[in-house]
Design a protein around this ligand. Sequence first.
Ligand code: PHE
Ligand code: FE
Length: 287
Amino acid sequence: MDGLAAYQATLNQPLPAGAYPGDVVVRQPIERYSAADQQTWRTLYRRQSALMPGRAATAFVEALAALELGDAIPDFEQLSARLMRATGWRIVAVNGLCSDRVFFEHLANRRFPVTWWLRAPEQLDYLQEPDLFHDVFGHVPLLMNKIFADYMQAYGKGGLKALAVGGEQALAQLARLYWYTVEFGLIREAKGLRLYGAGILSSKGETLYALDSDTPHRLRFELERIMRTDYKIDEFQRCYFVIDSFNELFDATRPDFTPLYRALAGAEDIAADAIVAGDVMIGRMAA
Ligand code: PHE
Ligand code: FE
């Protein structure tokens, strides 16, 4: 039985008490979406996709357009087939957040867990947990990009290794890396700063804030700096880290992190709004 078949054998099994809701793969209950859900999807999609050109990373804008997801809540099987052809990834439906091990195992096997349910109409602007819109609109387009897709898999493998050889601190440092890249990353393109983090791209407010506000610091990507930096989960970020290319991200994270975890073990955390020696600030209009 391959990994996915093993997960699917657990379909719709009751979870043990205290388990994470996302720890089993479920079937996307596509018949359960109401007309109101479909309307919420179209509203969110239309609003957000209109903001993407000139703000989101070119690779994101192009993949989003190619996927044509605007008319209805996507069918995960069909979306997986597209992804599989492009980069060998697929998506699996889950009820919510996964535990670290399950999440890392999915990524390491090129599966992205997607929450199947959609936010309520009164939550268009914000909700604290990932839902279908965040997961599909924010994360799936870049899984069509070969280098980014490879980075995501490498991250999953790195997570499994951290579970084996690292401690709590290594996991926290790895979570920060995910946060400041996959969720809230910025990239410098020829025409200026662009967004690639899913947490930004699935939020209208943060899409505008991350590029236009004077409040957050925009700092040059630096792996160890990121691994020491706290983050806020319930407000707009106070700092963003800027890469020059997905290749840079992939290459910078390729070395074995084991010595890095050890070297950073005694290091002090950096507050989300702090500037420290060595930081390279990047102007809003940077090109
Ligand atoms: N190179 C990292 C390690 O050895 C794994 C990793 C890759 C982590 C990409 C994060 C992102 O642990
Ligand atoms: Fe996310």
